[in-house]
Ligand binder design. Structure first.
Ligand SMILES: [Zn+2]
Length: 306
């Protein structure tokens, strides 16, 4: 699309495998037409050259994935299992979704027209997650937080056997909902503070003071040292129970949810929908299934109101 111009000034690549694009708004960009009556499945398209270039600039070499019939069915099922609000907003805001191979990170949500009055979004996924189950993918992601050298101890997440794509789609779609409704504020990239005029919503009140700065009640040097935080690194697996013990004292449903207010919302909504609506488990364990470290739907979900 010739007129399409996506401006991305910085790419934040977390070790979790999730890439998040942050846009600085250029002036005077036109809005883009979108047929909001078209089905969400029909929006599966090849990634734009701009998106591909963004990955190449970050040192990656992704290639277009050719979807099988089975994968197309999984995509359709995942769209129909989204909450009604997500489906409604995606209908009016999702321009395309794309699938790439050889993409080390999991997903990228990018704004097509950041300065438009009606923002549209593209979401790009690593195609491999279509064929992983959610527990397998979440466990892989969680283990990036730990150095397991010399230990047989492992952390795992039991979240049922829906596809990992279902989880990641809901997570990314929540960024689209958030970007549309401003449930968490926009923020100034340099300082992490909300942009002037942003809403200080109930969701972040008393929990976040800046984009990546938690309120003093939830400060933790240990949790600030994990790989999902800027400057963090994999911590010895022997510290796992201590880490989840610290997380239990907070309203965050996952370690990743404590990385920024955007991720807090996306993780919260995703875990909530999986456990409360789709009836899936969400339990983080150590070693044996009996070694429960965290069950956010049992202890944490009630601490927040959306
Ligand atoms: Zn995210």
């Amino acid at each position: 699309m010739k007129a399409f111009k996506l401006i991305t000034l910085s790419l934040v690549i977390t070790l979790s495998g999730v890439v998040q694009a942050q846009q600085v708004k250029p002036q005077g960009q036109p809005d883009y037409p979108l047929d909001s009556s078209s089905t969400l499945v029909s929006r599966v398209q090849p990634a734009t050259t701009t998106v591909l270039q963004m990955f190449r600039d970050a040192g990656m070499s992704p290639i277009e994935h050719r979807l099988t019939e089975d994968e197309q069915k999984k995509i359709a099922a995942a769209f129909s299992a989204l909450p009604p609000l997500h489906q409604r907003i995606l209908k009016g805001r999702l321009r395309s979704i794309n699938f790439l191979d050889n993409m080390p990170n999991t997903a990228l949500t990018s704004t097509v027209n950041p300065s438009g009055t009606h923002k549209l979004f593209d979401i790009t996924f690593r195609a491999e997650i279509l064929n992983q189950d959610v527990s397998e993918w979440l466990t892989w992601k969680e283990l990036t937080c730990f150095d397991t050298t010399g230990s047989t101890l492992r952390v795992s997440i039991q979240a049922g056997h829906l596809s990992a794509f279902q989880y990641v789609l809901l997570h990314e779609a929540t960024h689209v909902v958030d970007g549309t409704l401003d449930i968490t504020p926009d923020y100034a990239l340099a300082t992490g503070q909300p942009l002037p005029g942003s809403l200080a919503t109930d969701f972040i009140a008393n929990v976040w003071t800046q984009h990546t700065v938690v309120a003093s009640a939830y400060k933790s040097t240990l949790l600030d040292g994990i790989v999902f935080r800027k400057g963090g690194k994999p911590l010895p697996i022997s510290q796992a129970s201590q880490i989840y013990q610290a997380l239990k004292q907070t309203p965050f449903v996952s370690l990743y949810g404590r990385s920024s207010w955007h991720e807090d919302l996306a993780e919260y909504v995703t875990v909530y929908h999986f456990t409360q609506t789709l009836g899936q488990p969400f339990t983080i364990t150590e070693g044996q299934p009996t070694g429960i470290l965290l069950q956010p739907h049992a202890v944490g979900l009630s601490q927040k109101a959306i």
